[in-house]
Design a protein around this ligand. Sequence first.
Ligand SMILES: [Cu+2]
Length: 345
Amino acid sequence: MRLIGWAIALAAAGLTPAAAQTPSAPTENTAAAAPAPATPAAQPIVYGSVGHMIPNPEAGIPDGRKGVQEQVTPVGQEAAQFHNVILLTVCALISALVLVLLAWTMWRYRRSANPVPSRNSHNTLIEVIWTLVPVMVLVGIAIPSIKLLRHQYTPPPAQLTVKITGHQWYWSYEYPDNGVSFDSHMLKEAGDPTLAKGERTRDDRDGPPLLAADERMVIPVGQVVKFIITADDVIHSFSVPAFWTKLDANPGQLNETWVKVDADKTGVYFGQCSELCGARHGFMPINVEVVTPQQFEQWIASKGGKLASAKPAAAPAAAPTTPAAAAPQPVTTQPATNQAATAQN
Ligand SMILES: [Cu+2]
C-alpha cells in the first residue's frame, strides 16, 4: 500500500511541472506577436502635400482643454451642443439644488434649533412633486437624445466607403471602391531603442508624439463617408474625438458608422484606439486627413487606385478582374485571423 502511495505521489510530482508548462505556451505566442512589422519607406516626404498635410494645432489635436474638442461633423456639433448646453446645465442645476436643500436642512433642523423632531412620515404634495419633477427632467433629456441617436444611426447614402481593421497594434485602411489599402503604424521618436533600421521617425509636422502615424486615412471634405469597422485579433475601438466617432472594432463583426466633415474643415484629425487591446494599446494612433475632393482624387491616383466615378462596376466587375489584389484580401484574411483569435481565446 505504502509503495502504491509513493508511486501516486511521484507520478503527481512528475506531472505537475508539465501541467504548469502548458499554459505558458500562449504567453510565448503573445510575446512573439508583439513587434509590429515596420515598413521602412524610402520615399522623401513632402510636408504640406496630400497625405502629409501639416496639422493645425487649433483643431483635431488634444490641446489640454477640459471638455469636448471642436466638432467638425453635423452629428458631432449636435451632440456637443446637447452635452454642453443641455446636459451640463441640467446636471449643474440639479447638483446646486440638492446642495442648497441639504445645507438648509442641516442648518434649519440642527439639534439646537429644532430639539423636538417632526414625526410626519407622509406629505402627498411633496411626494407628487419629487416624483413628477425627475420624470419631466428625464423626458426633457430623452427627446433631444433620441433625436440625436436617430441622426447618428440613419446615415445618408455614402459617397465613399472605408473599411477600417484594428490589429495588435496598428490600423489598416481599405478603400474597396478604389482598390487602395494600406497599414498605418505609429511613428516612433528619434532615439527610440525599438526603431527598425531605416524606419522613419516622427517629425513635428507629422503630429504630436504618440499620435502621429506613418500613413493617414485620407477622406474628402463635405462628402458622406461610411466607415466599416472590424478587427482581426482582439477588440479595438476606432475613435476620432473631433468627429464624435467611437465604435468598437470586433473580430468577426462589421460595425458601421459615418462622417461628413463640414466643407470648410479640411485638416488632420487625431484619434486613438479606445479599447484596452494589449501591451501596445496606447501606441495605435488614428490619423484622418480631410482634403478637398480634387486632392482626394489626386491621392487615390498616387496610391495606384482607381477613381470611383465608374461606380456601377463596383460589385460585379471586381470578381472577374482579379488584378485588383486588394479586393479578395479581406475574404481570405478575415476567417483565418478569426480562427487565430478563437485559438488564442
Ligand atoms: Cu487597439
